[in-house]
Ligand binder design. Sequence first.
Ligand SMILES: [Zn+2]
Length: 453
Amino acid sequence: MTSSSDDYNFNSGYDDAEELESLDIDGNGDVDEAAVRTWDTTVNADVEEIGFDGSAKPPKPPRKKMGAVATAFVTVIVALAVVALAAGAWWMWQTRWRTVHVSVDGTEVSARADTTIQTFLDANDDFGRTRGRLLSLKGKVLDNNGGAPVSVSVNGTAVPVNDYAVTTIADAREMTVTPGKDITEAHVSETRTKHYGTDINLNNGPIQVVTQQGEDGEEEVWIGKRSKEEVVHQETKPMRNLTVKSFAPQPEGKKVIALTFDDGPSQYTGRILDILKEKKVKATFFDLGEEALAYPQLEQRMVKEGHQVASHSVSHPYMPDMSRDELRKEILTSFDDLENASDTKTRVLRAPYGAFGVQQWKDTADIVDMNVLWSIDTLDWKRPGAKAIHDEVLKNAYNGAVALMHAGGGNRTQDIQALPSIIDDLRKQGYSFVTIDELCEMGGVPKPAQGKE
Ligand SMILES: [Zn+2]
């Protein structure tokens, strides 16, 4: 660059040094004062003579007054600037540069005032406090550091986690740092139907009763987004089990027995009704629907003479072999047949052969109130002789017993022969005769919980 400036001297058009040298009149190297004054005069005269428009300029106002105002103005500006700088510096000092001493859980820790809580925590390794854990819905640890950050309280006031990065420690005197709380994973919620179960106990006695209808429930299930765990959060509708209980009623302070006759009505049933009428005994008839329709006058007589009429199916099928639909149709039709024959309504059943298990109850609990078995089986259908039938009843009689005999389904002559002595001899032992409904009433059997058909 130096050499290039030697080659091209852009300032050489007017060389001050050269000019001043020319004013060194006496040649001693100093600029001659008189000569400078002369030169100055000459230049000033030239300026005064030539204006831009060629005319002479008016005389300038005195410079001294203008200078005083400007000086005052500048002084104020400078003073203001100094104050502003001082204020700014003070502010910076207070909020940023100053060193703050914070008592963190009793230990003094220092940092610049503009340190954020987040930086303060990071620089001090969270003061040894740990983050919370991320837990599954069932409480399993999914992530040891997945929970809430440590929580900070400044001068007694909790600082929201979201403010850690924007809040400085400038005003902090005391700080408390506590371990972060555990967080439970996020979840989705589902409403699920809870299908009812069954509570069916048929082992406690001959009289089986529906005590509670089955009812589906509903529950809110939470599914952990991360763990996929499923937890029942709440039951929104209670589920109720279908409940069937069995009873052996033994009315307190009584000595009662229920005589029951199956498979009628038939050509033998009229003779049985005659004996019962003569002996003033009420019994229970489990009739077949098709026989009731064949002998409607007998069916009507049973009702009229105060006996209980209930169903023994339409045509005596083995019910466990039937589908749900077949079974329901069989039972409902038999109820209708009895109603059509004798204008009486019943929801009480004695299943043929007594064959009625848990599945049959599940299939029909909404249409059947009660299934009635027996406690004394006369085995009369084997026709063992009138005496054997009589003896079987007398031998096994007890308060609350249910004796099984037949009014149809074959030749019932032996039953007709045995019946008067059965009644007379039981009476001699102090027994009185009741229908199934009366036995249940006296024995405290709960009323059936009827379903909606
Ligand atoms: Zn039968």
